[in-house]
Design a protein around this ligand. Structure first.
Ligand SMILES: Cc1cc2nc3c(=O)[nH]c(=O)nc-3n(C[C@H](O)[C@H](O)[C@H](O)COP(=O)(O)OP(=O)(O)OC[C@H]3O[C@@H](n4cnc5c(N)ncnc54)[C@H](O)[C@@H]3O)c2cc1C
Ligand code: FES
Length: 479
């Protein structure tokens, strides 16, 4: 984000119609819009904030079909054909994305890099070898190495050559520009609050309506529809940091540890120069009482293992896991004709999100798509995968909340979320998430209110940052 220009698409202020309404301007929404606009379909994208700057823009943006250790798992749990389709979808998406960067001349720092999944534990070497074998059987080029080219000791690595990394915000800015060149419309600062079926679909934002034959909910977790994806997915967050690169700590490639706690690494850059980007282990959104502690742990791990300069950037990002590690994407079916969804990317949604967008665009045009069955959002899934939790921020008295921190206090039956500014002024909101009423948790690193049930995130003054919530936390008065 720090290396990307601002965008200035208008807000949606006048009711209109189009063939297809796309809600969400992340990688899924903009890929779908791009493929459809290229084919001459009229599309309009409604984005709640600014395009590309949410989950996609905060990711590590490895463009790869290597998703740590997955292929052996998929063969065992879902069968060879499903695993083959997953490999094909993701490797094709890597290729297609790189082609679009070239054909649309998108300046997004795309670089071809090898992807490595490494281990530092001798007992895990066999798993790396088995994964290389499984990936090769599925048609991917994979090899097992004795170690990874990293500045600390490893004892095994899986290498996929010729994968890629890029700046995801710049990529989506370029894709959005291509959408408009092909006649599509893009609106920013437009949060959709209602999606209704009828003779046509009606998508509403700020009192204005967009009527369309088909609607794509590309909101990371669908905000409407007959399938309760909030029960079928688990929101998980990671802390990430970027350090000023030190010559002895430069790494060539993209790396992920297959052991716990997982770390993921790559180089990147901002306007001041090269950065080492490092990601920490995942945790359930809103179920961690001290997110700042995770940053301290991550920094310690970096200082213990890799020469690096000052910490330049810190951020949190979240995505949704699915029970079988396969995303849900595509047409919802007879219960909601003309509705398309995409979620559950398991933190591998750059390639999967591209393949999902291509799948949805094919389905909208009535074309066969090889991955429709793989991603089928109506497939049978085990219930109870979502482990919603309770707030981690309850305090008895407002005086217990230090300046700069947040806490939840009880007032009769009501729970109030109180954040105190650095000067100590308290700001009170309802602690009930506007999605389904769970009590929010204070995130002491991002200064946000995070919902422990389905991953909605609100700013300290209550505005929605991440859905599925569409309404702000209401303001409360402290008596
Ligand atoms: C820490 C982390 C690192 C990751 N690294 C990688 C990686 O290296 N490689 C990889 O393949 N994947 C990675 N991923 C996963 C990947 O980033 C995501 O799966 C993918 O970006 C999801 O794309 P999306 O379009 O669903 O979501 P988003 O990019 O969030 O797009 C959804 C858009 O919908 C908008 N929206 C939401 N609600 C509304 C509404 N009501 N009205 C209008 N608009 C709305 C949002 O503002 C947002 O812009 C990572 C994920 C995490 C958490
Ligand atoms: S996100 Fe569902 S209750 Fe908060």
């Amino acid at each position: 984000m720090a290396g990307a220009p601002e965008t200035g698409y208008p807000a949606f202020r006048k009711s209109a119609s189009s063939d297809v309404a796309i809600v969400g301007g992340g990688i899924v929404g903009l890929t779908t819009a791009y493929v459809l606009a290229q084919a001459g379909v009229s599309v309009a994208v409604l984005e709640a904030r600014k395009i590309g700057r949410q989950v996609t823009g905060r990711s590590t943006a490895k463009v790869t079909s290597q998703h740590a250790l997955i292929y052996n798992y998929l063969i065992e749990k879902s069968g060879f054909e499903t695993a083959r389709l997953y490999a094909d979808a993701n490797q094709t998406a890597v290729r297609r994305l790189c082609d679009w960067v070239r054909t649309e001349s998108i300046a997004c720092n795309l670089e071809r890099k090898d992807a490595y999944a490494y281990t530092s534990r001798p007992a895990r070497r066999a798993a790396i070898e088995a994964e290389a074998e499984a990936a090769r059987c599925l048609g991917l080029e994979a090899e097992a190495l004795a170690s990874a080219p990293l500045p600390f000791a490893t004892v095994g690595a899986l290498r996929f050559r010729n994968q890629a990394q890029f700046n995801p915000v710049r990529y989506l800015i370029g894709l959005a520009a291509a959408v408009t060149t092909h006649g599509g419309r893009i609106f920013e600062n437009t949060r959709v609050t209602n999606v209704k079926s009828g003779k046509r679909w009606r998508v509403s934002a700020g009192g204005h309506h967009l009527d369309a034959e088909k609607v794509v909910l590309a909101t990371n977790l669908p905000i409407a529809g007959p399938i309760q994806f909030d029960k079928l997915t688990q929101p998980r967050s990671h802390v990430a940091m970027a350090f000023r690169a030190s010559p002895a700590g430069m790494i060539d490639g993209m790396f992920i540890d297959v052991d716990r706690p997982t770390h993921s690494l790559r180089m990147g850059a901002d306007r001041e120069g090269p950065l080492l980007i490092v990601l920490g282990a995942k945790f359930k959104t809103g179920q961690e009482g001290d997110v700042a502690r995770r940053f301290r742990q991550l920094e310690k791990w970096v200082r213990d293992n890799i020469p690096a300069g000052d910490a330049a950037w810190r951020w949190v990002n979240e995505d949704y896991d699915s029970p079988d590690r396969i995303p849900y994407a595509g047409v919802v079916g007879p219960k909601a004709p003309g509705l398309y969804v995409a979620t559950g990317f398991n933190a591998w949604g750059i390639s999967n999100g591209t393949a999902a967008g291509m799948t949805i665009a094919d389905q909208i045009q009535g074309r066969e798509n090889p991955w429709a069955k793989l991603y089928d959002p109506t497939r049978k899934s085990p219930k109870g995968f979502n482990r919603g939790g309770d707030t981690k921020s309850l305090v008895r008295k407002i005086e217990q909340i230090p300046p700069g921190e947040g806490g939840v206090i009880k007032r009769g039956k009501e729970k109030i979320a109180v954040w105190k500014s650095i000067g100590g002024t308290p700001h009170a909101l309802s602690a009930s998430c506007t999605h389904m009423g769970c009590t929010v948790t204070w995130n002491n690193a991002d200064l946000t209110w995070d919902c422990p049930c389905h991953g909605s995130i609100f700013s300290c003054d209550g505005r929605v940052i991440h859905g599925p919530a569409t309404e702000a936390l209401s303001r409360k008065k402290l008596a």
